[in-house]
Structures are given as C-alpha cells and as structure tokens.
Design a protein around this ligand. Structure first.
Ligand SMILES: NC(=O)c1ccc[n+]([C@@H]2O[C@H](COP(=O)([O-])OP(=O)(O)OC[C@H]3O[C@@H](n4cnc5c(N)ncnc54)[C@H](O)[C@@H]3O)[C@@H](O)[C@H]2O)c1
Length: 339
C-alpha cells in the first residue's frame, strides 16, 4: 500500500462530528470519504450539512450521492453496522460517529462486513485494541489494531493537558469537570430517560453528569490511572466546551506562571492540536477551532501550596480533525508494513 493514494474512508453517523470531519476531509487531498451510512434521509443530511459548513454552496446532492470538493460520496440509509457493505466500497477504515455503537461486538460487525479497521468517535463501551490520542500516545499504535477509539473531545483535551504537565511536574491527583454544551441525546423538555438528571430539560438546566474519561485515562496515560476524577456539567449552550481541571502538584514551588510557560511551549510543538490564549474569551469564541485544547492563560490560579486550577476550551471540530489524524496515522503505518 502506498501513502501516495488518499485514505479511503467509510463513515457511519453524519451528525455534528460526521459533518465536520466530512467538510475537513473534503478540503484535503489525502482523505476521501467514500460512503456515509446514516438513518437520516439524503435530502435532510445534505440540508444539515449546508447549515453547518462555512461554504454551503460547495456541496450538492445528486440522487444518493453527496457531491463536494472531495468528489462523490455514496449516502446509505442503514442503521446497523452489520447491514453496511463496507467491502463493496473498498474502504481502508470506518469511522463510527453514531455514538450508538460502542461495544467490541458492534465494532466487530463493521469488521465482519469488510471494514479493515474501525475507529470510534467516542470512548468505547468495553475493552478494544487501543485508544489513540494524537499528540499523546500515537507512537503506541500497532498494525494489528482493528478496533480503535480516538477518545472523545473531553478525553483529548484532558490527556493533552495532563501529558504536557506530567513531562515537567509530578502531579499527585486531581479532578476534571467539563462544562459541556448539551448533546443530541439530551431532551429539550423534561422527558423520562435513562437516569434522573438526564431526564431534565437540556435547554433550561445545568445538568451534572458523570464522564467516562477518568475510567479510560490509565489506558492512554498509565501514570494517571485512578488519580483523576472526571465529571460533566451539561449547560444550555449549543456548542463550545470548557474543561476545568484542578491538580495537586507534589512540588509546592510550582507557580501558575510555571504552568502557563510549560503549556505555551508545548503549544508551539503541537500547533495543530494545542493552542494558548491570553485574551478574556468565552465559549462562542472557540467555535470553528480545529484545536483539541485551547489553554486559557488567564484561567490558571494557585491556592495554598500544592493546588493549581486550569481552564481549557475546545469544540467538536477539533475532535473531527483528530479522527482524521488517527486515520492518517494508521494509513502511514500500513504503508510502512507493506513496503
Ligand atoms: N458533540 C459532543 O460534544 C458530544 C460529547 C459527548 C458525547 N457525544 C456523543 O457522541 C456521539 C456523536 O456525536 P455527534 O455530536 O456527532 O452526535 P449527533 O447526534 O450529532 O450525530 C449522530 C449521528 O448518527 C446518526 N445515527 C444515530 N443512530 C444511527 C444508526 N443506528 N445508524 C446510522 N446512523 C445513526 C444520527 O442520525 C446522527 O446523524 C453522540 O452519541 C453524542 O451524544 C457528543
């Protein structure tokens, strides 16, 4: 296999993340989205795409094909991984961005239908081959990985922060809370759901939720296994998230300026994944960013001897960009194996 040819991508789930990554891929010549499976009608999917992207006129619908700067993409009305004939499309990798199918068995259904590798947009439901966070553990990937997750937007932001700081300081423990835009699986009005708080109106409430990043953190950063608690506050904001991380440092001499300096230097080394900002921004200012973490210099505060609080911003587009990064990483790895 040659890396000269583009990655042939299959996509299941053309929601917010799927549309963003399709739009990003359409403007790059190293990835082609060959087929998209979604439960939505092609006309509605095209309509939603046009409302999402900066240049809607670039995209048209030709029967069951979405046509854009990246070429023609077949739209399939399919709701089960086992029903999607990936072998017919000869894809290199399938991204599952439905949020519905997160278990190893469900990922195997994609593999069984001809997907050589499956990449989840979310954290997995159970053990899979690997969780890959670009900028953190990408060197761990192996050719035999078949079921992979790119974490989640929150997981990426948290891992980038912790990985960077742990290269300079010893962190004893901490807590991370994402102040998170509401998601499409929440109800706009009070509506009986899977748990008490998630049954309340997303449009009216600050809703405390758990977050699975803490559970999976040790798979990406073994140093932090069991050391960081994670939780979510879903708020009535449509897009844009804020990660509030409180850390206990071993060394009492660490200052807020030290933390800011380390993050600023790291952002220069990973300009596609991380940035720093010293302006008084709010959540809507981060929309359109393809970074996974925008570190807020003014948000760093120290209390007592060992405790430092940090703030970082992110949104879905950054995660869409990272999903494409992971697809490229495996494409290059496969090409090296074949050579
Ligand atoms: N956006 C966020 O910030 C965020 C944060 C945490 C978790 N999540 C979860 O991640 C998942 C994906 O995120 P998103 O923002 O792109 O969600 P989304 O709801 O915008 O998109 C999901 C897409 O998958 C499609 N879909 C659902 N079930 C399907 C099925 N059985 N077969 C084919 N297509 C199906 C939907 O029609 C939709 O187009 C969701 O479950 C979401 O709740 C999102």
């Amino acid at each position: 296999m040659s890396t000269d040819r583009p990655v042939r991508l299959g996509l299941m789930g053309f929601g917010q993340t799927g549309r963003q990554l399709y739009d990003l891929a359409s403007h790059r010549d190293d990835i082609t989205v060959i087929a998209i499976a979604d439960i939505g009608k092609p006309q509605i999917l095209h309509y939603l795409l046009q409302s999402e992207v900066a240049r809607p006129a670039e995209y048209s619908l030709d029967g069951n094909y979405l046509v854009g700067p990246g070429g023609r993409t077949r739209l399939m009305s399919t709701d089960q991984p086992a029903e999607m004939p990936w072998d017919v499309f000869d894809v290199d990798l399938v991204i599952d961005a439905t949020g519905r199918y997160r278990s190893a068995d469900e990922m195997r259904a994609h593999l069984g239908n001809g997907a050589p590798r499956v990449l989840l947009r979310t954290l997995p439901g159970d053990d899979i081959d690997r969780i890959v966070i670009p900028g953190v553990n990408e060197e761990s990937i192996a050719p035999q990985d078949r079921m992979v997750s790119a974490g989640s937007p929150t997981t990426s932001a948290l891992c980038l922060l912790l990985h960077t700081l742990s290269q300079h300081f010893v962190i004893e423990c901490g807590s991370a809370t994402t102040v998170h835009a509401y998601t499409s699986d929440q109800a706009l009005q009070d509506y009986a759901g899977s748990d008490y708080r998630r049954s309340r109106s997303a449009a009216r409430n600050i809703i405390p939720n758990g977050h699975e990043a803490g559970h999976w953190l040790g798979h990406v950063l073994p140093l932090f296994a069991g050391k960081i608690t994670t939780s979510t506050l879903n708020v009535p904001v449509q897009e844009g998230c804020l990660l509030d991380v409180n850390l206990v440092f071993e060394d009492a001499a660490v200052t807020a300026d030290d933390v800011n300096r380390v993050m600023t230097e790291a952002a220069k080394r990973l300009p596609e994944q991380m940035g720093v900002i010293d302006d008084p921004i709010v959540s809507s200012d981060v929309l359109g960013s393809s970074l996974s973490l925008l570190f807020d210099i003014q948000g760093t505060l120290k209390a007592g001897e060992h405790f430092v609080k940090t703030l970082s911003w992110y949104e879905t587009r950054g995660h869409a960009a990272r999903l494409l990064d992971v697809a490229r990483l495996y494409h290059r790895l496969d090409a090296r194996e074949v050579a």
